[in-house]
Design a protein around this ligand. Structure first.
Ligand SMILES: [Fe+2]
Ligand SMILES: [Fe+2]
Length: 415
């Protein structure tokens, strides 16, 4: 009898943990939704959080059932990636203005020593879709800015983006206050901000001054990819955040104003070199505005985080602190934009909406987006309707249109 009791006890001890494992929720290998970014006519990037160590891939196809799907692994050739927290994939060789269906997969990896490695079965996401950019794509975009990882603002902005359903979104900087660690960046960028909005349209990221703060920010490209190097001449490879892409009739140009503080500001402790970085952008901008696909665009809109114009009131009152980056560069960029018939520049940073109408010596309109509370945040929607570009500015607080401006086609013949 005693033996039987001992055996029964042993069976219970051995089976209880197994039972508990089976009954408990299986931990997902995904820690965030997928966040689509760096879109172009022929490529796109996908980034997602993982409960690693893990490997992963994207499967994509023009068919919804993914029956002929191609697979692209997260990989830094020649090795496929094994990451603890974030995986990313760059998909290249796509057709312009084409709709693709896709899903992502994550596999656990055990790699105890040089002679043993075990990769688990893939865990798949749901199937989503995206459409590549291109001259024939829908002439439409949205802009958000200065969300600063504020949950209520992000939630409200997401809701508006979902309603507008733009093909592409420009995220015009200050996604967070600072980046202290990978976990904080994952929360601010991949988890908080991408939830429910970045699976079906891609983001063009334009850094703000706060996107250069915090020691970990030097690794930001793990969650916010830099543009593909083949988009530019090798002499401009340092400009991984600049973009110039066609979305239908609109050319979208992204510039990086960088830190609001000058390089010699004691706060930066000699750890920044933005002046030469901005000068290189001036050269890039000059060449880019001559590119046939940009030059022939019926509409050109440029984006940068820090405003290019100081309103007279601020200047007279000496309130130039939040503009102190490089007046020389802003002047040069402004001149180039004027010479090439850019119609509008959309900026951010001031957390208060403003519109500066075009002037004789500055023929482009200048917008400053609001933020960072749900009350003051704005979402811009640019859309070509009846051959005209209409930019509507929505205030998120009450979902009202606070401004609407119409732009005629550029006179391409004269340029
Ligand atoms: Fe900001
Ligand atoms: Fe800012």
């Amino acid at each position: 009898m005693k033996r039987l009791l001992f055996l029964l006890t042993l069976i219970v001890i051995l089976t209880v943990p197994l039972y508990a494992d089976d009954a408990g929720e299986k931990t997902s290998l995904f820690t965030t939704p997928v966040f689509l970014q760096i879109p172009s006519e022929t490529s796109i990037g996908a980034v997602w959080g993982v409960n690693g160590p893990a490997a992963g891939f994207v499967e994509y196809s023009t068919k919804e059932d993914l029956s002929d799907a191609k697979r692209v692994y997260s990989c830094v050739p020649p090795l496929r990636s094994i990451q603890e927290k974030v995986l990313s994939v760059r998909i290249r060789g796509l057709e312009p203005n084409a709709k693709y269906y896709y899903r992502i997969a994550t596999m656990s990896v055990e790699y105890p020593d040089a002679y043993h490695v075990k990769v688990g079965e893939p865990e798949f996401s749901a199937v989503h879709s995206f459409t590549t950019m291109g001259e024939k794509a829908r002439s439409s975009f949205a802009v958000i800015n200065d969300t600063h990882a504020e949950y209520d603002t992000v939630k409200a902005v997401n809701k508006k983006l979902k309603a507008l359903s733009p093909p592409v979104v420009v995220w015009n900087g200050d996604a967070a206050d600072q980046y202290k660690s990978e976990d904080k960046a994952i929360n601010a960028i991949l988890n908080l901000t991408s939830r429910a909005m970045a699976e079906n349209y891609a983001f063009l990221f334009v850094p703000g001054n706060h996107d250069y703060r915090g020691a970990w920010v030097r690794n930001l490209d793990t969650v916010l990819l830099t543009r593909n190097p083949e988009e530019r001449d090798s002499k401009y490879w340092a400009l991984g955040r600049n973009f110039a892409v066609r979305q239908g009739d609109i050319a979208l140009i992204g510039l990086d104003t960088g830190e609001s503080k000058s390089d010699d500001n004691p706060d930066l402790q000699g750890l920044a070199e933005f002046e030469s970085y901005r000068e290189l952008q001036t050269q890039w901008l000059k060449e880019t505005l001559e590119r046939p696909d940009i030059k022939s665009a019926p509409f050109i809109v440029a984006f940068c985080h820090i405003p290019l114009i100081i309103p007279r009131d601020d200047a007279e009152n000496g309130q130039t602190n939040s503009y102190v980056w490089s007046r020389a560069t802003s002047y040069q960029w402004g001149q180039l934009l004027s010479q090439h018939g850019v119609q509008a520049v959309i900026t951010a940073h001031k957390h208060r909406y403003r519109y500066d109408k075009p002037m004789e010596d500055r023929p482009w309109a200048h917008f400053v987006g609001g933020g960072k509370s749900p009350k003051t945040a704005t979402v811009f929607h640019g859309n070509v309707e009846d051959e005209k570009l209409i930019i509507r500015v929505y205030r998120i607080g009450d979902d009202s249109v606070i401004d609407k401006y119409t732009f005629e086609k550029r006179n391409i013949e004269r340029r």
